[in-house]
Design a protein. Structure first.
Length: 117
């Protein structure tokens, strides 16, 4: 009986861990902290949407009450300011990183360089 009747089977290539020790797309502590900042931004955006719906219901049920309308306007303006700050801070970091280091993501996803060889 021929031992090569089914051909030669080669082992698959080894799996390369591209996600680093803490998970995410950027390994190490900087990637972990960057993922935490992303998670906080995501939660803040969801909080904005929930607050917008709740305050919209307050506006609908205000029925012309000037106190409730004033409260809605104040809450809406604070929500918009918070959203602008939440979205604007990373944009400012990208602009500063681009102007100072030539790479926009240098402040948001920093690379720690080792001094030792």
């Amino acid at each position: 009986m021929d031992p090569d009747i089914f051909g030669q089977i080669e082992a698959p290539p080894p799996v390369v861990n591209t996600y680093g020790p803490l998970g995410g797309t950027n390994p190490g502590l900087t990637g972990f902290l960057s993922d935490i900042v992303f998670l906080i931004t995501l939660i803040g955006g969801l909080w904005f949407l929930v607050s917008l719906v709740i305050n919209g219901l307050t506006l609908i049920t205000a029925d012309g009450d000037s106190k409730k309308l004033s409260e809605f306007g104040t809450k809406l303006s604070m929500m918009v300011i918070g959203l602008i700050l939440m979205v604007g801070a990373p944009l400012i970091a990208v602009l500063i990183g681009y102007m100072v280091f030539g790479d926009g993501m240098s402040l948001l996803r920093p690379t720690i360089v080792s001094i030792r060889q």
